[in-house]
Design a binder for this molecule. Structure first.
Ligand SMILES: C[S@@+](CC[C@H](N)C(=O)[O-])C[C@H]1O[C@@H](n2cnc3c(N)ncnc32)[C@H](O)[C@@H]1O
Length: 269
């Protein structure tokens, strides 16, 4: 009898397959646990950074902020520091009663949008929320996006029903939100948004970021914010932003949030 077909070696092969499967599952489990613990440490770190012992209310306010960030965790590809930054900018424009809508280009499953939308409810001025996405994932990149970009075509394929779900979960009224599905080049010409308080651009690629800035920058109110989720991470986003600022002779200081997120305030000129 052939050794490879012997019952003993069949058992051996079976055991080997089981061992490989168990160690694969264990490595996935270990990766999830370490990601989750990193996430929770991040949440705790940001909670503590935002409490000030001399301001008792800051304990509650910081808790509210982190709770919101935690509640959108299954709906976003944006990590804690950038969600916290969006929360704080949204809170700040409310405190200043800066008029204008919230615009997000690059929505995926709606997590970052939901944070900004839920703060609109607390605004003393009325705001609408505009959400633009293909809901078909990232388009084809160009050479300006770098050698790694082609591997990400189609990545971040959002689901419109999840966007609606997270907005419902945070009790954002549907009437406040306009979800515009389609490629930016097709949908942008069909909308006019006269006043924007926050423009959140989270669309990764050169062509996408360029379209967003060209379409919406002029509507951002002086003192409003332009947030660039991918400035540090994707060179196409960086090139599109730098080219735009240079072409329009806009002199601003970009504020860094983490390794990739940056934002700036539109000057009063
Ligand atoms: C990184 S994801 C956005 C993440 C999201 N802000 C979140 O909270 O997870 C980038 C999104 O941009 C969208 N996108 C990029 N370029 C686009 C374009 N030209 N037209 C429409 N959607 C685009 C993709 O479909 C994708 O959902």
């Amino acid at each position: 009898m052939d050794a490879a077909a012997s019952p003993r070696s069949r058992w051996g092969q079976l055991l080997q397959r089981i061992r490989a499967r168990v160690s694969y599952q264990a490595s996935i489990f270990a990766a999830s646990v370490s990601f989750y613990s990193l996430y929770c440490r991040n949440l705790t770190g940001y909670y503590l950074q935002n409490v000030h012992p001399s301001h008792p209310m800051s304990f509650l306010n910081s808790f509210r902020m982190m709770r919101l960030v935690y509640r959108v965790r299954g709906y976003t590809a944006v990590f804690v520091p950038r969600l916290v930054a969006l929360y704080k900018l949204s809170e700040e424009i409310n405190q200043r009663s800066l008029p204008g809508d919230i615009v997000e280009c690059g929505v995926y499953n709606g997590g970052s949008a939901a944070i900004m939308a839920s703060l609109c409810e607390k605004s003393p001025v009325s705001r609408n929320v505009w959400l633009f996405d293909s809901f078909e994932g990232l388009p084809k990149p160009t050479d300006k996006d770098g050698a790694e970009a082609p591997a990400y075509e189609g990545w971040c394929h959002g689901d419109l029903s999840k966007v609606k779900e997270v907005l419902r979960k945070l009790r954002v009224p549907e009437s406040r939100v306009h979800i515009v599905k389609g490629w930016f080049q097709d949908t942008f010409p069909k909308v006019e948004i006269p006043k924007i308080a926050i423009l959140h651009i989270d669309a990764d690629w050169y062509e996408s970021v360029k379209l967003c800035l060209e379409k919406f920058y002029d509507s951002v109110q002086p003192g409003g914010y332009i947030v660039l989720d991918d400035y540090g991470d994707w060179e196409g986003c960086r090139i599109a932003t730098d080219e735009f600022l240079k072409r329009r002779a806009i002199d601003v200081k970009l504020i860094q949030v983490d390794y990739t997120g940056f934002y700036f305030q539109k000057p009063h000129k």
